[in-house]
Design a protein around this ligand. Structure first.
Ligand code: NAP
Length: 332
């Protein structure tokens, strides 16, 4: 732990959707941190973004990671860049907050695990922000209290309004279902043992190479059966649902609390367009926890390399299951 007053954070991929959100949260909401430096591929866009925050614009990801003005790095660039950048941060001895997924292949995830092992200390927090969402936290508290008995099944839904045409069938796992893989491991407090995928008819809104939606099936070590509808082109909006079925009752994640509006001959409730407004609290809380841990103010680290790696192991088994149509074991 750094035991330091203020953490100077450098953000990679700062001009992307989540990069802007994280950079703004570091600069504005997170106690004990400041936005010191940013890097993104488009220099002009990055300069315009950095200016109001007074953050330094770096020439490359490597320059940001190496900079003595940067204490810790936040990776918010695209999925396929995470593992390589995380390894560079670890090799530079810098703590890193890495957006999900830790890697897009198990081989790359192993490189991060090995780099952290070689560094001899924990340096990575993975952006599994649902663990910091107040509603998921309440669900876990009720489950862990034991009042409803043992969990038996989980029904999950992850619907996103649309995805670009280049989004692939495998990315439904590495980019989207990775959240359910992690949150189910966390809620249940155990690993997954086997997985399968079923494909219904594809929506007309999916790109030619994409099978969408998908039904992801996962079984935990103790036998909890999890089903996840992963819809990348729901058309109508963004929704994340989860219901745990236990021996003596169920625990359901509340749907977002938009007002119920009654108008002429109708009663309606708005549905979010994307993730931006659904997990506002969680995005701030995960970064606050990261910074608190670096400053020695939070004893427990957030989700780390081992969680990111375990999710990649399950993701690899699911991608294999997409091809075989069978149940596949989750083995590292
Ligand atoms: P995005 O809008 O495409 O942003 C990614 C940014 O990174 C773009 O500005 C991109 O530049 C830049 N970039 C690409 N390679 C880079 C590199 N090597 N170094 C620095 N910058 C680089 O994508 P996004 O939706 O923000 O997603 C970014 C990451 O966050 C993804 O891994 C995604 O899975 C994750 N994410 C997580 C959540 C969550 O709920 N936890 C939500 C959204 C996204 P160009 O556009 O010029 O390529």
């Amino acid at each position: 732990m750094m035991q330091k007053k203020e953490i100077a954070v450098g953000v990679l991929g700062a001009c992307g959707n989540i990069g802007r959100t994280h950079a703004h949260n570091i600069a504005t909401y997170v106690d004990g941190a400041r936005l010191a430096a940013v890097y993104d591929l488009d220099a002009e866009k990055t300069t315009a973004f950095a200016e109001p925050y007074g953050a330094k614009v770096m020439d490359s990801a490597e320059a940001l990671i190496a900079s003595p003005e940067v204490d810790a790095v936040l990776i918010a660039s695209w999925d396929g860049t995470h593992a390589d950048l995380a390894v560079k941060c670890i090799e530079a001895g810098k703590p890193v907050f890495c957006e999900k997924p830790l890697a897009t292949t198990l081989e790359d995830a192993k490189k991060v695990v090995e780099a952290e092992r070689a560094a001899g200390k924990r340096l990575v927090q993975v952006g599994f922000m649902r663990r910091f969402d107040p509603d998921y936290i309440k669900m876990k508290k009720i489950l862990d209290s034991g009042e409803l008995g043992a969990p038996l099944m989980a029904h999950c839904i992850s619907r996103t309004r649309s995805h670009p045409a280049h989004h692939t069938t495998a990315q439904h796992i590495t980019n989207i279902a990775i959240h359910e893989i992690d949150i189910c491991r966390w809620l249940l407090g155990e690993d997954l043992s086997e997985v399968s995928v079923r494909f219904p008819r594809s929506t007309q809104f999916a790109g030619p190479e994409l099978k969408d939606p998908q039904l992801v099936l996962m079984q935990s070590e103790s036998g909890v059966l999890i089903d996840v509808e992963v819809s990348g082109n729901s058309y109508y909006g963004y929704e994340i649902l989860c219901e745990l079925v236990c021996e003596k009752g169920t625990i359901r994640l509340p749907v977002s609390a938009e007002p119920l509006v009654r108008s002429y001959l109708q009663c309606a409730q708005a549905i979010p367009e994307d993730w931006t407004n659904r997990f506002v609290t969680a995005y701030r809380a995960e970064l606050q926890h990261w910074v608190d841990h670096l400053r020695g103010l939070a004893a427990e680290p957030g989700p780390g390399t081992q969680d990111g790696y375990a999710a990649c192991v399950a993701a690899e088994a699911l991608i294999h299951a997409q091809q075989t149509g069978q149940w596949e074991p989750v083995t590292a």
